[in-house]
Ligand binder design. Structure first.
Ligand SMILES: Cc1ncc(COP(=O)(O)O)c(C=O)c1O
Length: 405
């Protein structure tokens, strides 16, 4: 909806938000009215180059035509039903996803954190049923991020982060180990450990890709111990890293994988996929959801995934991401440029990342800041070299302004 149609001024809208909404977000001082492909437009029609993409969601471009058409078409038939009748959008999406990523079974959810809840529940139930009631311990990575519901939050190895402040105690049964450090994970496991759960690249934790040695080492260790490898691909999934799924870089497969964000093209849909053996832990009544697998979300997701695959946006992410990273290394005050595909972080030496983010915002570029010194760019995967050049130019100006070069 546009401001004019809402019959409000920008000031009235902001006052309404501040009066009625429980606001846990830092607000940017503009109203997002429309979006198309690489751009978000404000109430005055000013375009913002969107290297945020709704937090890695709008991967086939904002308001992708095929996704919009699929939503409209499905909404005419059934917007929502319960999960007892069969629906066509669910069935064809299930087949597309399982066959594309080589997993046996899928369960639909609505958000990333919910998918991780399902993944944790399935792993625990598998462990308890196979090995006994104490076998529910899961080891996750320090500085990981898995979501904000209690299970996913407890799996998040950031006890001092605002996301856990004032919310203790966390759920029992989790230990944390150092990312990219196999022996740290091995040492954190005990006789009751049933799974290791990690992201193939830590996004919220500062853009740290996993090494091949680490991922392959974890897979081997899990196999030797009869434990499960759980991958959280909520942010890395669906072409973001230059492969369809992050795990495909490593020549391994997870026992359960969670996904969300890019798979819905902006509609709230998430899922876990599991091997046949592990999926059997869930049976009648063990898990459920009102909205997971909603027909409109499934139709949108099918259109979005087809777009990502048919246009080979994983390849674009790989090529453009490599180019982007190379250009970013030329920025002043850079300590390190990290990433995979179009999930890219720049760590600065003595430059305040939040100030850079705001200076970029002033110049109509949307990026995110992590901690005190890292900026993260997660643009739509349709980004071109020209889009990246423009972003680099703006970031350079922003850094120069912040450090007064
Ligand atoms: C790796 C990872 N897992 C889980 C989540 C939580 O997803 P959601 O915000 O959809 O609950 C996020 C969100 O950023 C994420 O990056």
């Amino acid at each position: 909806m546009k401001l004019k149609e809402a019959k409000m001024t920008a000031l009235e809208l902001k006052e309404t938000v501040s009066k009625y909404m429980i606001d846990t977000y830092e607000r940017f001082d503009f109203i997002a009215e429309t979006a198309k492909d690489m751009y978000l437009y404000d109430e005055n029609g000013t375009g913002y180059l969107d290297f945020y993409a709704g937090i890695a969601v709008n991967s086939a471009g904002s308001c992708n035509e095929k996704v919009v058409a699929a939503i409209k078409e499905q909404a005419e038939d059934i917007i929502h039903t319960f999960n007892y009748p069969y629906t066509i959008p669910q069935a064809r999406l299930a087949k597309l996803i399982c066959e594309t990523i080589g997993m046996d079974k899928i369960f639909f959810q609505s958000t990333g954190t919910e998918a991780n809840e399902a993944m944790i529940k399935m792993a625990r139930k598998y462990g308890i049923e196979k090995y006994g009631p104490e076998h529910y311990h899961i080891v996750t990575a320090r500085m990981g991020f898995h979501g904000r519901t209690y299970g996913a939050l407890s799996a998040t190895g950031q006890p001092d982060n605002a996301c856990q402040t004032g919310l203790k105690p966390m759920l029992p049964g989790f230990s944390y180990a150092d990312y990219n450090n196999l022996s740290s994970f091995q040492n954190a496991c005990n006789d009751n450990t049933i799974a290791i759960m990690i992201e193939p690249l830590q996004g919220e934790g500062g853009v740290h890709p996993a090494t091949k040695k680490f991922m392959q080492g974890l897979r081997k260790f899990c196999d030797e111990k009869g434990m499960l490898l759980l991958l959280d691909e909520v942010q890395t999934g669906w072409c973001r890293t230059g492969e369809v799924m992050g795990f495909m870089h490593y020549g391994i497969k997870p026992d359960i994988i969670s996904m969300a964000k890019a798979m819905g093209g902006g509609m709230p849909i998430a899922a876990i996929c599991a091997t046949d053996e592990v999926a059997r832990a869930f049976s009648l009544g063990s898990h459920g959801t009102t909205y997971g697998g909603n027909p409109v979300c499934c139709a949108a997701s099918y259109a979005q995934i087809r777009e990502l695959l048919d246009r080979d946006l994983a390849k674009n992410a790989k090529i453009i991401g490599a180019y982007f990273m190379e250009q970013l290394t030329k920025l002043p005050k850079v300590k390190e440029v990290r990433g995979m595909g179009l999930l890219v972080g720049v760590e600065f030496d003595g430059v305040n990342a939040a100030a850079v983010k705001h200076a970029c915002l002033d110049r109509k570029l949307l990026i995110t800041a992590i901690g005190s010194s890292i900026i993260r760019m997660i643009p739509p995967l349709i980004a071109t070299k020209e889009d990246c050049d423009k972003a680099v130019e703006i970031i350079e100006e922003a850094v120069c302004e912040v450090v007064k070069l």
